[in-house]
Design a protein around this ligand. Structure first.
Ligand SMILES: [Cu+2]
Length: 132
């Protein structure tokens, strides 16, 4: 009886270990998904871009934000948070060259007006910059 009882405990112990390992695998999976989600929300460029500076990121094959108002002569920061290559145009004029994940390009809009921001590779990407 005692031996049976001990074996029973051992089995329960093993089962607990298996549950723990499953839980650990699930947690690692969840962490990976969260990390992937964070990437799709944009990398952290705060070390490279001054706080409060106008900044448009690209992730999820979109500009973020899609509308921005800046002062004439202000430096606008364009970044890419994803592996898809982007090439940014302002009113049909390319200025960024090919951008890869982590790249930062700056552009100064000298003339007031509305600028349609597009990407050479992704027709669905568009943003509007209003220069005052
Ligand atoms: Cu693009």
């Amino acid at each position: 009886m005692r031996v049976d009882g001990t074996e029973g405990c051992l089995e329960v112990g093993l089962l607990r270990n298996r549950v723990s390992i499953s839980l650990l695998v699930a947690l690692i999976g969840a962490a990976a998904v969260l990390a992937a989600c964070r990437d799709s929300e944009g990398l952290d460029f705060s070390d490279e871009i001054p706080g409060g500076a106008p900044h448009i990121d690209q992730h999820g094959l979109q500009f973020d934000p899609r509308e921005l108002t800046v002062e004439a002569g202000e430096t606008v920061y364009f970044t890419s948070s994803e592996t898809a290559v982007h090439a940014i145009y302002a009113n049909g004029e390319g200025f960024s060259g090919d951008m890869n994940r982590g790249d930062i390009v700056t552009y100064v809009f000298e003339e007031p007006g509305e600028y349609e921001i597009t990407c050479a590779y992704h027709p669905q990407q568009s943003a509007t910059i209003t220069v005052e």
